[in-house]
Design a protein around this ligand. Structure first.
Ligand code: BTN
Length: 264
């Protein structure tokens, strides 16, 4: 008989100790055991803390997590990170479509610093390439920006086991051979976010990092537009709004929404 060791709860004190001292003073962080979606909880926290620079909510489990294109996002207890950040819209100059790409870069840089080198798949997937060359999705980012507020939701599979994964192409850091502390990851992301917001930077140098990390570029892809028929194309670049530049039968087009499947 095999007995499963229960998964541990997030350690709030450890998250705080992993953040840099400057963010610790300005941060409002809620660590929950279970919630429908941290994206909803962070909005409530935001409303209770007017004027905050950075508000964040994380939970061990989400019961109704949301993904891109109205999909569900699975967050079984203690097995991943579900983290939502809320900050004033005026703190970041980016157009809304650039925000998930920039946070993709931050997530990849933080995971690299934690010893897990990941790549990105356009627009907002965190991926690794398996030994057989297949792209495995480990996580994703969902961001919204309105006149007042930006909400960034980060979902990442840390120790999900194969039967817990939603699709065959999904994976977790542990299945790919990486052990990363959830608290260290969250602490570092909070610090990186706070640095980004304090810099009030309008430069787009980070876009070059996105291009370097993006596994979609220079590949043949199948484009599944949100409202149309799938077609093959070559992914060649990222435009200034975060759109995917493709060559379709010799003509350049920009894909702004939809799913991309890497062909080779
Ligand atoms: C995707 O579809 O790839 C994006 C997934 C984003 C999931 C995160 S988990 C934290 C936050 N809360 C949610 O309900 N969704 C985002």
């Amino acid at each position: 008989m095999t007995t499963k060791v229960p998964r541990a709860r997030l350690d709030s004190a450890r998250i705080h100790s992993e953040t840099s001292p400057t963010v610790r003073d300005a941060l409002i962080l809620q660590v929950l055991e279970s919630v429908s979606s941290t994206n909803d909880a962070v909005l409530e926290l935001w409303a209770e803390n007017p004027g905050a620079l950075l508000v964040a909510c994380t939970a061990d489990e989400q019961t109704a997590g949301r993904g891109r294109l109205d999909r569900t996002w699975m967050s079984p207890f203690g097995a991943g990170v579900a983290l939502s950040l809320a900050f004033p819209a005026k703190a970041i100059a980016h157009v809304p479509t650039l925000i998930p790409l920039h946070f993709g870069v931050l997530v990849a840089q933080v995971l690299e610093a934690c010893g897990a080198p990941v790549r990105l798949k356009w627009p907002n997937d965190i991926v690794m390439t398996s030994e057989t060359g297949e792209i495995r999705k480990l996580g994703g980012i969902l961001a919204t920006k309105n006149a007042d507020i930006v909400v960034v939701g980060i979902g990442l599979n840390f120790s999900l086991e194969r039967p817990e994964l939603p699709t065959e192409t999904a994976s977790s850091l542990s299945l790919e051979g990486f052990t990363v502390s959830r608290e260290e990851f969250i602490g570092r992301i909070l610090s990186a976010t706070s640095e980004l917001l304090r810099a009030e930077s309008t430069d787009d140098a980070w876009l070059a990092d996105y291009v370097n990390l993006c596994s979609t570029l220079e590949r043949e892809v199948m484009v599944h537009p949100a409202d149309g028929v799938a077609f093959k194309a070559l992914a060649t670049g990222i435009d200034e709004h975060g759109g995917l530049v493709i060559l379709r039968e010799g003509s350049q087009e920009i894909v702004t929404v939809g799913d991309i499947v890497h062909l080779r």
